[in-house]
Design a protein around this ligand. Structure first.
Ligand SMILES: Cc1cc2nc3c(=O)[nH]c(=O)nc-3n(C[C@H](O)[C@H](O)[C@H](O)COP(=O)(O)OP(=O)(O)OC[C@H]3O[C@@H](n4cnc5c(N)ncnc54)[C@H](O)[C@@H]3O)c2cc1C
Length: 418
């Protein structure tokens, strides 16, 4: 496709989370006419606002691993653990759980690790391209991320350490003294850990998202604050997005609504088993000086990131769908866990619930729709959707522009669920 025909081609992108904003920006840079549609203000309350802010290019070892199935029962029973269920949602989760269990073999785990690694490896360079045009000073730190654990769980860490070694991911094993030297304010409950030196973190995901969004608008992009209901197709196969009050016709469209994407794809005769892993955060304002980089305490499955809002304590994987209310018990769990590491913490603020979009094989869906050549998907990036914003934008915009790529993109296609 040449530049002139692109200028005439219109693309509607539904969802102004980090996925939709990066896709819209990459498309407009390629000369398309782009309209971004979101029912809310960009980055207001979505997963792309409340996440832990990690740029985690190392995180290719998925959750679907053979040993997880042994750990799940004790994790559910433990009140301090990261896993929780909303019991009213369990019947609806069963088909997803069955698919997840089928994806926990060593072979499937290695498939996911390989293809997560393929895009994670490109994630930071893709952001660097976008960051060239915005001012990120004070918003992105390059200090790595530390995971630590207590003695008894060291063995369970060996699997991921070995896989990362195999994939060539840079990691630095730490003993307790080295952890203390790097982060002296954390209570010394740990035995060992690992530093991913090339990981970054942002001190404010929303501000970055808004800077990318502002650039999109400055380059001529349009934003419509509308709730997209359905997509239909005329005889010319062009997508028509129906919102609460209007119809918008485009040459091409992209669904990037995170965990909410399934509401639209279900109406398109697709059977994409997207679910949500609900996650929470609280802030402890004025304590960010206690930490210089994000840390994750693996035994309790939560993390703390120093942010502009203070210490952001983030965690929990709760299976409970999109409609159940925030669980105070999960918030309390995060608070107690944070105080376990930092006993001096006092009041917390900003109790937040967000929705990670997750497929049972822990690979995202990035690519064309099964049934409609002018429709594309970018969702299901689970725990890594913030890290994968820019690279997904690059891939989807390249597909829409008809560009060639050396990447093997078939593992991300929704056809794998047909
Ligand atoms: C607690 C927690 C911590 C996390 N930490 C990290 C981390 O440190 N690093 C990392 O890489 N990832 C992290 N993630 C994952 C990451 O935040 C998500 O994968 C990512 O934000 C998903 O982005 P998205 O654009 O696909 O979806 P979202 O951010 O959910 O955005 C979707 C957008 O679509 C809009 N929308 C939905 N339905 C409609 C509709 N019908 N019409 C119009 N608009 C609609 C919504 O309003 C929203 O703005 C974390 C997630 C959680 C919950």
């Amino acid at each position: 496709m040449n530049g002139d025909s692109r200028t005439r081609s219109s693309v509607g992108v539904i969802g102004a989370g980090i996925q939709g904003v990066c896709i819209a920006l990459c498309l407009i840079k390629k000369g398309f006419q782009v309209t971004l549609i979101d029912r809310d203000d960009p980055g207001k309350d979505s997963a792309s606002y409340g996440n832990a802010g990690h740029f985690s290019p190392y995180a290719s070892v998925p959750i679907n691993r053979p040993d997880i199935l042994v750990d799940v029962p004790s994790m559910i029973i433990s009140s301090k653990g990261p896993l929780a269920l909303k019991w009213n949602y369990v019947p609806r989760m069963i088909p997803w759980f069955i698919k997840f269990i089928k994806n926990c073999s060593k072979k499937k785990m290695m498939h996911t690790a390989k293809y997560m690694h393929q895009i994670l490896d490109l994630a930071l360079p893709a952001y660097d391209e976008l960051f060239k045009d915005i001012d990120i000073s004070g918003l992105v730190e390059n200090k790595g991320i530390i995971y630590f654990w207590t003695d008894k769980d060291l063995k369970s860490r060996e699997l991921e350490i070995n896989i990362r070694k195999e994939l060539g991911v840079k990691q630095q094993l730490l003993n307790s003294h080295e952890i203390h030297d790097l982060e002296p304010h954390i209570r010394k409950i740990y035995h060992a850990g690992v530093l991913y030196p090339y990981a970054r973190h942002t001190k404010n995901p929303r501000k970055i998202l808004l800077k990318l969004f502002d650039l999109f608008i400055k380059k001529g992009g349009r934003f419509e604050k509308k709730n997209a209901q359905t997509i239909s197709f005329g005889e010319d196969n062009k997508p028509v997005i129906k919102t609460d009050l209007n119809f918008y016709k485009f040459d091409k469209a992209v669904i990037a609504c995170g965990a909410f994407s399934k509401k639209i794809t279900d109406n398109l005769n697709e059977k994409i088993p997207l679910e949500t892993e609900r996650g929470y955060h609280v802030h402890f304002k004025g304590y960010d000086h206690l930490l210089s980089r994000p840390v994750i305490f693996l035994n309790r499955g939560f993390g703390i990131t120093p942010m502009e809002q203070g210490l952001r304590v983030v965690g929990t994987v709760e299976f409970g769908g999109l409609d159940n209310p925030l669980s105070k018990k999960r918030i309390l769990n995060l608070i107690n866990n944070a105080k376990y590491l930092f006993p001096d913490l006092k009041e917390h603020h900003d109790e937040w619930l967000g929705f990670r979009p997750t497929l049972p094989d822990f690979l995202p869906v990035i690519g064309p729709s099964k049934n409609h050549k002018n429709l594309f998907y970018s969702f299901g990036h689970h725990h890594l959707g913030w890290t994968l914003g820019a690279i997904s934008g690059k891939i989807i915009s390249g597909m829409i522009a008809g560009e060639n790529t050396n990447l093997n993109l078939s593992p991300y296609n929704s056809l794998r669920f047909s």
